[in-house]
Design a protein around this ligand. Structure first.
Ligand code: ZN
Length: 291
């Protein structure tokens, strides 16, 4: 028990000090490189459209970058049984469809399972494509409720961020059909999925950037998709629905995980230092320096 606690403490400290340098870990099955001496890098970039790219992060793992016109990252991970797991979605169904088409082109027909990370457009905007193809879409009960209650408010807020009235993205957001997930789980419990022996964990660390944001953890790859609850930039961004009191505690919960690669919804940074960076940005926001 004591040694377990010591390992947990060591992991917490390592995560807190983390700058992309891997630390010694108890042996765990890994599909990706077991540990990294340098910050994670992109191995290849595949262009599916001028605003849609796949960035290969490791064996079968991709960051899906959709610029719509905001940079929105989701993740796509190939499981040992051939299933592709989509964490988050591109902003629009036609962009999600381009990724589905790429899977068929490169790998032949495959099962796809989508996991929504919240009710905002960048967490589930591609759902119509998955549902039309007959693929299951997992999402929390709170995401279903908030999409029904606040979907149009969120759309108005998003449109407000696009100043150019002639932008095709403005038209796309105005026309976006909100499709809820069809496989619903209680958010407080989270969700664990298995595919050919690999585990995928959907984690709810309490209310953060929005009441229903979840992170997706791929323990065998030490890959964390933090969605919008991790901040890759220097500002807090959209905090209209944020719980600024609890958010840091939610991030600290994720720091206990063994992680080599981290993907945030908005920004290019991929190293585990993103978690501490998020805490730093939130702390600066809480105590702005006097001019
Ligand atoms: Zn977001």
């Amino acid at each position: 028990m004591k040694s377990l606690r010591r390992i947990a403490t060591a992991l917490l400290i390592a995560a807190a000090l983390s700058c992309g340098v891997a630390v010694g870990e108890p042996a765990a099955p890994t599909l990706a490189a077991p540990s990294r001496a340098v910050a994670p890098t992109v191995a290849a970039e595949i262009t599916l459209a001028p605003d849609l790219h796949l960035l290969r992060l490791g064996a079968g793992a991709y960051l899906v970058r959709h610029v719509c016109p905001f940079v929105c990252n989701s993740v796509l991970v190939e499981m040992p049984d051939g299933t592709f797991v989509f964490g988050g979605t591109p902003g629009f169904p036609n962009s999600a469809q381009l990724v589905l088409d790429w899977i068929v082109r490169e790998h032949g027909p495959r099962p796809v399972v989508a996991v929504n990370t919240g009710y905002h457009f960048d967490n589930l905007g591609g759902n119509a494509a998955f549902r039309a193809a007959g693929f299951p879409v997992h999402g929390s009960d709170l995401t279903v409720r908030l999409l029904a209650e606040r979907g149009e408010t969120m759309r108005a807020l998003t449109l407000g961020f696009i100043a150019d009235p002639t932008s095709p993205y403005r038209a796309a957001h105005a026309a976006l059909q909100f499709v809820p997930p069809d496989h619903v789980y209680p958010i407080e419990r989270g969700l664990t999925l298995h595919f050919g022996g690999e585990e995928v964990r959907v984690l709810f660390p309490g209310p953060t950037q929005a009441p229903d944001k979840v992170a997706i953890y791929f323990p065998d790859r030490r890959l964390l998709y933090g969605s919008c609850l991790l901040l890759a930039g220097d500002r807090t961004g959209n905090i209209a629905e944020a719980d600024l009191g609890h958010w840091p505690e939610g991030v600290r919960q994720l720091m206990a995980l063994p992680i080599d690669v981290v993907v945030a919804a908005h920004g290019p940074r991929l190293d585990p230092g993103l978690l501490q960076h998020t805490l730093d940005v939130l702390a600066r926001h809480a105590t702005p320096s006097q001019p």
